[in-house]
Design a protein around this ligand. Structure first.
Ligand code: ADP
Ligand code: MG
Length: 200
């Protein structure tokens, strides 16, 4: 379980302008299911997700993961957490447009010098509904297909938690619904956290 306790985060620009992005945020996250975090643009959703995912630091407060405070985490603990615990679906997906689907999904494994069985990737492609597109370049895919690649990439390490930052922001309504159906089915086994500014 993850406990978020009194988290504060202020950004300081070079010109010393301060922006309070998170103001005393506390909540607990369950082991699985789907959680939505709703807020207006600029309300701190991406900041919160990045902090939960170990991609950014908070100023004060505490995050407790399975009983251990991240205050006690060393760099290697954060690396381990990011590499095994968390799968990220970024806003705009952040895929490498010139690379194919396989390469995008297994990039982080390659960087870690981990061997990946492409049969496993093919299984994932099937799961997210893009069977057979492994060798297709990202810039030859539709928005919805890109979203599916982003989901497959988040799943490749079989993480406990999927964090999705406005995953349907740039998709038409029907495609957005399909992406949510996939996230919903993932949430039967994992925790899926979705942030959005769009209540609908
Ligand atoms: P959301 O994802 O809800 O739109 P963000 O978490 O991106 O909101 O941003 C929260 C606030 O922090 C906003 O006011 C934004 O302008 C500010 N902010 C975000 N990132 C930075 C940054 N790197 N430097 C300075 N201010 C930032
Ligand atoms: Mg955002």
């Amino acid at each position: 379980m993850i406990e978020i306790k009194h988290i504060n985060k202020t950004y300081k620009s070079k010109k010393k302008i301060e922006t309070l992005a998170l103001n005393d945020i506390s909540f607990n996250l369950p082991e699985k299911g789907i959680i939505f975090i709703l807020g207006k643009s600029g309300s701190g959703k991406s900041t919160l997700l990045n902090i939960i995912g170990g991609l950014d630091e908070y100023d004060s407060g505490e995050i407790v993961i399975d009983g251990k405070s991240t205050k006690k985490f060393k760099n290697k603990d954060f690396d381990y957490y990011r590499n095994t615990y968390i799968g990220f679906i970024f806003q705009e997906f952040n895929l490498l447009e010139e690379y194919n689907v396989y390469d995008n999904i297994i990039l982080s494994n390659k960087l870690q010098k981990e061997k990946v069985n492409l049969n496993v990737v093919d299984e994932l492609l099937k799961k997210v509904g893009i069977s057979g597109l492994g060798k297709r370049k990202i810039n030859e895919l539709s928005g919805g297909q890109k979203g599916r690649v982003a989901i497959a990439r988040a799943l490749i390490k079989n993480p406990n938690i999927i964090l999705a930052d406005e995953p349907t922001g740039n998709l038409d309504e029907e495609t957005g619904k399909q992406i949510f159906e996939i996230l919903k089915s993932i949430s039967k086994e994992k925790l899926v956290i979705v942030v959005s500014h769009d209540r609908e």
